[in-house]
Design a protein around this ligand. Structure first.
Ligand code: ADP
Ligand code: MG
Length: 325
């Protein structure tokens, strides 16, 4: 199978590349043409996933396709943006039809769930890696930055935390559990649902937002630093799923605090909006507040400061000064 036949069969002709609003021209020309609505800004984000670093060598290509796109679209959700399209730069060791078929199906399934279309890319030979660039639109001036949290704001998250971290030993094959709980956690790892509708609702309401990829503590640290506030997290208010409690036992809290890969939104909100938030989004949880100061503090049930577990995952540690995906 030649390069062009591969592109046609698994990408240009797949459901994820079909016509979509906001896409004036898709795959096949020198550039794709996107058409943001009047008064909208373009939101752009790129993520690279490298085999052996971000996903295991043996991983199922359907699951990989789903997850790769979900992780990228989650960045649009965190800005309050609405998806327009994405590109895929794919490096493959060989043209394995079975692998490509699964990958294309996984990508298409998540593309449909997120209402985003594949509009272009590049296909090369080499060690397996994927780079996805997502494009979205957000009304000018209304994107959700990390920098606006104010003392007195509530700190909130979009749903249960730590499920993906709880699934990691199962994903890596270090633990064999096949029951409903294990399936539920693995689903949260392989197919996180980008919180697009919540992100768009937060426009004009949240003062700061991001999606949790490196772990709650590490990512709250980014909001605290960008906003020049301290964030206090109340340990007993962290939403832990029943499945995580059963599978991870006494490690459940550590998964929620330091485990990455949740792709839930974390955001700060003026306190008067709490009733509104919880009426509209019952799965969200208020987990703390912003106060004057700096850094992230963890509080026990009596409001006393407790020691933080280790920070979130960082690729290559400090030596290259690079942050995780
Ligand atoms: P060019 O030589 O102009 O870079 P290519 O031969 O690389 O074009 O690609 C041909 C067309 O197929 C382009 O529209 C490109 O965006 C698209 N394309 C290539 N690889 C992929 C891919 N993996 N997924 C989606 N579209 C792709
Ligand atoms: Mg090219």
């Amino acid at each position: 199978m030649g390069e062009f036949e591969l592109i046609r069969r698994y990408f240009a002709a797949s459901p994820c590349a079909q016509a979509a609003s906001g896409v004036a021209l898709g795959i096949g020309d020198d550039c794709a043409l996107l058409q943001p609505g009047a008064g909208q800004q373009l939101a752009v984000s790129t993520d690279t996933l490298v085999c052996g670093v971000h996903f295991p060598v043996s991983c199922d290509s359907f699951l990989l396709g789903q997850r790769a796109l979900a992780v990228s679209v989650s960045d649009l959700a965190a800005m309050g943006a609405e998806p327009l399209g994405f590109t895929l730069a794919l490096t493959l060791p060989d043209a394995d039809a079975h692998w490509l078929e699964g990958f294309s199906r996984g990508l298409s399934q998540m593309a449909e769930a997120c209402a985003i279309a594949l509009v272009g890319g590049d296909t090369t030979r080499g060690p397996l890696s994927l780079t996805l660039t997502v494009f979205g639109q957000v009304p000018a001036g209304q994107a959700l930055p990390r920098s606006g949290a104010q003392p007195g704001d509530l700190l909130c998250v979009g749903g249960s935390l730590g499920d993906a971290a709880g699934a990691l030993p199962l994903v890596l094959g270090e633990r064999e559990v096949t029951d409903e709980d294990a399936d539920c956690l693995q689903q949260r790892y392989w197919a996180p649902q980008p919180q697009l509708a919540l992100g768009q609702w937060l426009r004009g309401r949240a003062t700061a937002a991001l999606d949790i990829s490196d772990g709650l503590l590490a990512d709250c640290g980014h909001i605290a630093k960008a906003s020049g506030v301290a964030l206090q997290i109340e340990r007993d208010r962290l939403p832990l799923s029943p499945a995580l409690r059963r599978v991870a036992g006494d490690q459940a809290l550590a998964c929620a605090l330091a485990g990455g890969d949740d792709y839930r939104l974390a955001f700060t909100l003026p306190a008067e909006l709490q009733p509104n938030l919880q009426a509209q989004w019952p799965e969200t949880a208020v987990i703390g507040r912003a106060v004057a100061g700096q850094g992230v503090q963890l509080l026990d049930g009596q409001g006393r400061s407790v020691e933080l577990p280790r920070a979130g995952y960082q690729h290559f540690g400090q030596s290259l000064g690079m942050q995780g995906d």
